[in-house]
Design a protein around this ligand. Structure first.
Ligand code: GAP
Length: 434
């Protein structure tokens, strides 16, 4: 894990936020490679959840909206964690995450003390004021999940799209939670991005769709490169269930510190639509024109986090092997997830090679995200591309000027193949298995 955090910073994936001021409470910024990878994670999700489906449409709801949403959804009342203070060192902790001693006493991870205050509920929503006056009437909250934006737009979506259950709305966006104990790098932060699907189904079909989405989501991580044995589906116990859920299963990943949640799949029943219908006085139902039936759909919700997913992909891809008797670090990332798909590398930075190298780059840029590197010896440049997970390197050498061909090097096997430039786009596309 330490090695990965080091690599993430050194190579420009993730930087501690406000580092020049000593950082800021477990917040992180995404660097040049981090933004590319983050976009790829979201694109891989969007492609499979929206683009390849006919019955799912997109949505992008406001982060700041009416506080009545959070009152109706139950978040004002229920979105809390139990909080305790250590009376010895005054640190504040989540009571349900504290380690215990052999005789069952809570243990302070900071000072080893056992003397805690009574647990009290702490609401995780960030509160702010809209407009210039800071009074109760101006209070608003940063959303703690994107999901409610789907429910309050349920009628709008039904009016504009010809959809009948099962159908879904998909959204990717920032959410905010005033977590008591953020940590484990980007695993738990106060500002984070979610990828959520709300899938509206006839109530009697909810168990079937719940199963369907548990399998579908687990397989998505496998398809994009996480070994099956690093993943598991864990059903929630009754005590763990969110206030809206009739059943939840987490997709968990084997992090270096143990199993941790990547995504929750919940059967939210008709809880949210009914709550918003009651609070707003609006009709939030589906009317089936053929059967004349009217009902409130149940909702199956696969909800994933972008940063956790990215971290899991990085951990699963991280590898140290040997090439030509030398140790190398390689990220065996799926081509759709890797920050760059191709690196164009002129063998030398002599002027004679640069015009052709630029031509090759321009040829590939429309089909893949390309890096272009003319610094250092070619072997060291290959190592750098291996370390950031670039699946293919395209090398332009002095022969290229005569034979109008380049060498493609494969990250995983390190095999090299000569390819004519006029067939390069096709050759790259087939190797990336687009
Ligand atoms: N709408 C349901 C919902 O928000 P959740 O299990 O609380 O469910 C879904 O969140 C996903 O969002 C989690 O599985 C995780 O990947 C991500 N997530 C939640 N809280 C997070 C945090 N504090 N930091 C980073 N990611 C978080």
């Amino acid at each position: 894990m330490d090695e990965l955090v080091r690599l993430a910073k050194a190579r420009g994936f993730v930087f501690p936020s406000a580092e020049i001021y000593g950082g800021f409470r477990s917040t992180y910024d995404y660097g040049p490679l981090g933004v590319l990878m983050e976009r790829n994670v979201k694109e891989a999700w969007w492609r499979e959840m929206v683009q390849l489906r006919q019955e799912v449409v997109g949505l992008d709801a406001a982060i700041l909206s009416s506080p009545r949403i959070w009152e109706a959804s139950g978040h004002l009342k229920n979105f809390t964690d139990p909080l305790v203070d250590c009376r010895t060192c005054k640190q504040r902790w989540r009571a349900d995450q504290l380690p215990t001693t052999e005789d069952g006493k809570l243990l302070c991870p900071n000072c080893g003390g056992h003397d805690f205050t009574e647990a009290r509920p702490f609401n995780l929503m960030f509160k702010t004021f809209v407009g210039p006056v800071e009074d109760e009437g101006a209070v608003a909250y940063l959303r703690p999940e994107t999901a409610q934006g789907h429910f309050v737009n349920f009628a709008n979506v039904l009016q504009t799209e010809h959809l009948r259950p099962p159908f879904g709305t998909a959204q990717i966006g920032k959410s905010f939670r005033n977590e008591i104990t953020p940590g484990n790098f980007v695993f738990r932060t106060r500002e984070f991005e979610q990828m959520e699907l709300e899938y509206f189904v006839p109530p009697d079909e909810a168990p079937r769709w719940f199963e369907y989405w548990c399998n579908e989501r687990l397989e998505w991580y496998v398809r994009f490169g996480i070994p099956r044995d690093m993943l598991r589906l864990r059903p929630h116990t009754k005590e763990e269930l969110s206030h809206y859920s009739a059943g939840t299963a987490d997709v968990e990943f084997s992090f270096p510190w143990g199993w941790g949640e990547l995504e929750g799949i919940a059967n939210r029943t008709d809880y949210d639509l009914k709550a918003h219908a009651a609070a707003s006085g609006q009709v939030l139902e589906y009317f089936d024109p053929t059967s004349g039936e009217r009902y409130v759909p149940y909702v199956i919700e696969p909800a994933a986090g972008v940063a956790r997913t990215m971290m899991a992909f990085l951990i699963a891809a991280y590898n140290v092997d040997e090439v030509g008797g030398e140790e190398r670090t390689v990220l065996r990332l799926h081509p759709r997830i890797a920050p760059y798909q191709v690196a164009v590398l002129p063998l030398s930075k002599k002027d004679t090679l640069l015009p052709l190298s630029q031509e090759v780059l321009k040829l590939l840029q429309p089909v893949a995200m390309c890096d272009y590197d003319i610094t250092r010896a070619i072997g060291r440049r290959y190592r750098r591309q291996d370390e950031i997970g670039t699946p293919l390197c395209v090398t332009v050498d002095f022969d290229s000027l005569d034979d109008k061909a380049v060498t493609i090097r494969d990250r995983d096997s390190t095999a090299q193949e000569r390819v004519p430039i006029d067939r390069l786009v096709e050759a790259v596309a087939s190797r990336l298995a687009w």
